[in-house]
Design a binder for this molecule. Structure first.
Ligand SMILES: Nc1ncnc2c1ncn2[C@@H]1O[C@H](COP(=O)(O)OP(=O)(O)O)[C@@H](O)[C@H]1O
Ligand SMILES: [Mg+2]
Length: 365
């Protein structure tokens, strides 16, 4: 449905300064998918999205929507934004304060390149407003809506154009925490119920994990890993992803034992030699980073987790509601561990923890 191939864009700011914002980015979004670009601020997410919308002209690469090029440095083709059949929702909803809810949604149908008759406006606006459950508020002045309602209004205005593709740039970041949580689920259901294809941009990993069919993690203008939310979380293939998605203990290590074609390896780390699972093929002697998630460190031994036992002292604890966020000192190193609040021993206690081999993920450094 959307194909982006080798997209690059360099910004030229004042003077001779240049900044490579998007660096040979390629990805494909299938029809009906929610595809998310996730990464830290400044990694090139918005620029990539603006290229798809036609609001930026890339220096190189190709963008196809439904198989037709809308931007190509190969054939030199260019389709202006208004003709790309795209709906956009931004962080600031850009709602017109002097108009009613109805008129805000009707606006793109009254003016612009896709004008329709008054009767059609009535039908389409009513349908878009009912899709986002705002039909009962259609006559209210737009500023008199809550944050979440304004957010839904911005979505209705994008839906009313019946775009093939919906582009969403951090649309939830202006909402308060509780509402953001509700809207994460609601937004996915809404996109799915209408059957739209969407590219979603966010720097919030939870948002990406909840909303997406596929996540592309970006860093420094590049996609560093693509996969389902579960894949990205459970099988990061590089240290940046392991650290950016969820929390991780990252340990530098040297592979001391590896057999060709086998994932099971042994790695010497500052916490001792660990039985690990390699996320890529590595040979003995290779430098790797071992990622251990705090929630995968257990204080009770089981059949599965006896591969790695580590002895340490509980250095600090901090109550975070659903768990106790603990720091364990092992051989002078700190290992972050999530414990059950009621089963956390006093600070200073000696503690033995266990991590199964498959939760010690070794990736190339
Ligand atoms: N108009 C611009 N001129 C110069 N540099 C820009 C411009 N817009 C963005 N940048 C720079 O390009 C990089 C990528 O920006 P952006 O795509 O907005 O990142 P993100 O959305 O991931 O936070 C950043 O380093 C940013 O400072
Ligand atoms: Mg941005």
């Amino acid at each position: 449905m959307i194909d982006v191939k080798d997209l690059s864009l360099t910004y030229h700011s004042s003077g001779r300064q240049t900044h490579l914002a998007v660096d040979k980015v390629s990805f494909s979004v299938q029809k009906g998918q929610v595809y998310t670009l996730l990464g830290p601020s400044g990694c090139g997410k918005t620029t990539t999205l603006r290229c798809v919308a036609g609001l930026e002209k890339p220096d190189a690469g190709e963008i196809l929507i439904d198989g037709s090029p809308v931007s190509s440095s190969v054939t030199n083709s260019w389709v202006p934004p208004s003709q790309r059949a795209i709906g956009m929702v931004f962080q600031s909803y850009a709602i017109w304060p002097h108009m009613s809810v109805f008129e805000n949604v009707a606006f793109p149908l009254r003016y612009g390149p896709f004008k329709v008759s008054s009767a059609d406006i009535q039908t389409r606006v009513t349908r878009a407003l009912s899709q986002v459950q705002l039909d009962h508020l259609k006559d209210r002045p737009a500023p008199h809506l809550s944050g979440g309602q304004q957010q839904r209004l911005a979505l209705a205005r994008a839906f009313v154009m019946e775009p093939k593709v919906l582009l969403l740039d951090e649309p939830l970041s202006n909402l308060d925490a509780k509402l953001r949580e509700e809207m994460r689920v609601e937004l996915r259901q809404l996109i799915k119920s209408i059957g739209m294809t969407a590219i979603f941009v966010t720097h919030e990993q939870i948002e990406a994990l909840t909303l997406s069919d596929v996540i592309a993690v970006m860093n420094n203008g590049k996609i560093v890993q693509e996969g389902t939310p579960l894949d990205i979380y459970q099988r990061p293939t590089n240290p940046f992803v392991a650290n950016f998605i969820g929390q991780s203990n990252l340990l530098n290590g040297d592979v001391v034992e590896a057999t060709a074609g086998q994932r099971a390896i042994r790695v010497k780390t500052p916490l001792g030699t660990l039985a690990c699972e390699a996320t890529q093929e590595v040979a003995a002697g290779a430098k790797v980073v071992v990622s251990i998630r705090p929630e995968h460190v257990e204080i009770e031994k089981s059949a599965e987790n006896q591969g790695n036992a580590l002895q340490g002292t509980l250095a600090s604890t901090s109550f975070i509601g659903n768990a106790m966020d603990c720091a364990l000192r092992v051989d002078g190193q700190i290992l972050k561990v999530l414990m059950h609040a009621e089963r956390t021993p006093p600070i200073g206690s000696p503690v033995t923890v266990y991590v199964s081999n498959r939760h010690c993920l070794a990736m190339r450094a």
